[in-house]
Design a binder for this molecule. Structure first.
Ligand SMILES: *[C@@H]1O[C@H](CO)[C@@H](O)[C@H](O)[C@H]1NC(C)=O
Ligand SMILES: *[C@@H]1O[C@H](CO)[C@@H](O)[C@H](O)[C@H]1NC(C)=O
Ligand SMILES: *[C@@H]1O[C@H](CO)[C@@H](O)[C@H](O)[C@H]1NC(C)=O
Length: 307
């Protein structure tokens, strides 16, 4: 009976139905502390008053004057029932009844309490199928949850199942889901289905589906291949270019040096052919002009013959 009421309330809250229900549930999370007010008066109750609190019809607090008979939960000076560290079992109907010392009613209220576990963060699992994928929003141990799917950060308001079917043209989008109950809300991480659609399944079934699969598989694989090929080719190309340039510089230096040396040698030869008088001087000159011993520099490979 109570369960029916709860379900009705759930529907009322989530579908904004105009179902007039007497006992509206007050939702609280497991672990919370909650105080149920005795009435709206918010006044201290006189010490000589009698007061009884019931939960599902069972007395959880009772006093006659200053004599406390049952105290499953505490009350405060205003007669409010204090529920600490709420558990699911604390759900249900709470009623207060009391009288002042002079016999007048304390006008106790009643309240329907619904204690809920906060939802756990859901995860989206992907099951690749022939013509797309099946996404499941997994929220462990959650009942009475409300699922909203999110595609590329936009809520898909027309989908409220825990299972979402996605066709192959949508596999590149990002999906996540939000699970909520009356007291909490959690959203999963984004998932990009990215099914490859390989395997034996693509051989059977009707032609239209197969065409779809081949298309999505080809573009996906081609995109991946092209990307990596580009990266590798570019990398190798750059490295080769750098090596080639270094070699060029080396060879050029070597070639120039060789040419210069030859020139000096030629000059020396020409000067030594002249008269004896000038030989000494020219020899000195040649000596002074002869290049210095080579400075140790970058080691270069032997010059190719065409340089
Ligand atoms: C009281 O009733 C509610 C249903 O309305 C139930 O969920 C809860 O467990 C019950 N609690 C006790 C202590 O009987
Ligand atoms: C989920 O419920 C099972 C029992 O139904 C329990 O063993 C498990 O610890 C629960 N998991 C979480 C995360 O609460
Ligand atoms: C939900 O609506 C969108 C457009 O707003 C549409 O593209 C999509 O197919 C619909 N999904 C379902 C399951 O009806």
């Amino acid at each position: 009976m109570m369960q029916n009421v709860t379900i009705l309330l759930f529907i009322t809250v989530f579908f904004s139905g105009a179902l007039g229900s007497k006992a509206e549930c007050t939702y609280k999370a497991v672990g919370d502390t909650f105080m149920i007010p005795l009435n709206d008066a918010e006044e201290e109750i006189p010490p000589d008053s009698d007061l009884t609190w019931t939960h599902n019809g069972t007395i959880v607090y009772s006093k006659k004057g200053s004599h406390v008979k049952i105290k499953t939960h505490n009350i405060n000076t205003r007669g409010s029932l204090i529920l600490e560290k709420l558990q699911i079992i604390h759900s249900g109907e709470y009623k207060a009844e009391g009288f002042n010392g002079d016999g007048t009613s304390l006008k106790g209220s009643s309240l329907q309490l619904c204690v809920r576990d906060p939802v756990l963060e859901p995860t989206v699992t992907v099951k690749c199928e022939e013509s797309g994928a099946v996404l499941t929003c997994g929220a462990p141990n959650n009942t009475e949850t409300n699922v909203v799917w999110i595609k590329n950060r936009n809520e898909m308001l027309n989908v409220t199942n825990t299972v979402l079917r996605v066709d192959s043209s949508e596999l590149k989008h990002r999906f996540s889901c939000t699970v909520r109950n009356e007291i909490s809300k959690k959203t999963s991480n984004d998932v990009q289905p990215g099914c490859f659609h390989t395997g034996p399944t693509s051989e059977k079934s009707d032609e239209k589906n197969n065409n779809n699969n081949d298309w999505s598989k080809e573009t996906y694989l081609f995109g991946l291949d092209l990307w990596w090929t580009l990266v590798i080719v570019t990398g190798v190309g750059i490295v080769m270019l750098i090596v080639f340039c270094l070699l060029c510089v080396c060879w050029q230096k070597k070639g120039r040096k060789a040419r210069e040396e030859e020139e000096y040698r030629l000059t020396a030869l020409v000067t030594s052919d002249q008269s004896d008088q000038t030989t000494e001087r020219s020899e000195r000159l040649a000596k002074s002009q002869r290049p210095l011993p080579p400075v140790p520099g970058p080691r270069c490979p032997p010059s190719p013959p065409y340089m």
